[in-house]
Write a protein that binds this ligand. Structure first.
Ligand code: C5P
Length: 220
C-alpha cells in the first residue's frame, strides 16, 4: 500500500543521454550520467508516486519500485513521452537530448575515406520539452537547463519558450555541478514565483526538494 504526498500521482521522468546511431557500431551521445533523473525517480517513488522512468544511456541500475523503460534515440524518447503524457500528472525532462541526429543512419559500417575526411550530415531533433509544452493539458511540466554562461537569462527564456511550469537551471561551469557529479547546485524558476537559488547538495537531497515542490504544485 503506497502512501506519501504523491500517492496516486503518475510521474513520468526522462533521464540519461540519448544515443544517435551513425552506423551499426558508432554513435553520437553526450556526457549525461543520468544521476539527476534517476534520483528524481527514486524521490518520487519514496513519496508514493506511480513512477515511469524513460531512460536513455546510463551506467545506473534500474531504481527499485519504478517502471523503467530503456530507449536510445531522441525519436524513441519522444514517442514514449508522448504515449504517457495523457495519463501523467507531472512530466520531468531530465534527459540530455541530442540536438542533432544523422540525416540517415548508415546501413553498414562506414569505411575510412581516401580523402582523409569524413562528412556527416546531421539534422535537428525535435525539442521534446517544447513539444510537450504545446501539447500538455494540465500536466505539470518540468525542464532542466545546463548553461555555462548567462544562466538566468537563458533559463527564463527556456521556461517561457518551452511552456514549462518549472525549469531547474544549473551552471555547469562550476565545480561539482551537473554532468557526472553526485552533487548539484541549481536555481529553480517557475512561472509564478521568484527564482530560488538552492545550495550545493547531493542529487538525491535535491531531488527530494524538487519533488516536494512538484507535489505542492499538483496537489493544489
Ligand atoms: O534547450 P536546452 O537543450 O538547453 O533545453 C534543455 C531542456 O530541454 C531539458 O529539459 C531537455 O531534456 C529538454 N530538451 C528536449 N529535447 C531536445 C533538447 C532538449 O526535450 N531536443
Amino acid at each position: 500500500q503506497k502512501h506519501g504526498q504523491l500517492k496516486d500521482k503518475r510521474i513520468v521522468i526522462s533521464a540519461g543521454g540519448t544515443v544517435e546511431a551513425i552506423d551499426p557500431v558508432r554513435y553520437i551521445s553526450n556526457r549525461s550520467s543520468g544521476k539527476m533523473g534517476y534520483a528524481l525517480a527514486r524521490a518520487a517513488a519514496e513519496q508514493g508516486a506511480d513512477v515511469t522512468l524513460v531512460s536513455a544511456t546510463t551506467q545506473l541500475p534500474d531504481p527499485v519500485g519504478v517502471t523503467t523503460i530503456h530507449i536510445q534515440s531522441a525519436q524513441e524518447l519522444s514517442e514514449q513521452m508522448f504515449a504517457m503524457l495523457p495519463e501523467a500528472d507531472a512530466v520531468i525532462m531530465a534527459a540530455a537530448v541530442s540536438d542533432y541526429r544523422m540525416s540517415q543512419t548508415a546501413e553498414n559500417k562506414l569505411k575510412k575515406q581516401d580523402s582523409g575526411q569524413l562528412h556527416l550530415t546531421l539534422v535537428e531533433n525535435p525539442d521534446i520539452l517544447a513539444q510537450l509544452g504545446s501539447a500538455k493539458t494540465n500536466q505539470y511540466l518540468v525542464g532542466f537547463a545546463a548553461e555555462t554562461q548567462n544562466l538566468m537569462t537563458y533559463a527564463q527564456n527556456k521556461l517561457k519558450k518551452k511552456n514549462a511550469d518549472m525549469l531547474v537551471a544549473n551552471d555547469v561551469s562550476k565545480n561539482q555541478v551537473g554532468f557526472g557529479y553526485d552533487t548539484n547546485q541549481v536555481t529553480i524558476l517557475t512561472k509564478d514565483n521568484e527564482p530560488e537559488l538552492l545550495p550545493l547538495q547531493s542529487k538525491i537531497t535535491l531531488a527530494r526538494e524538487i519533488m516536494k515542490k512538484i507535489s505542492v504544485a499538483i496537489n493544489g
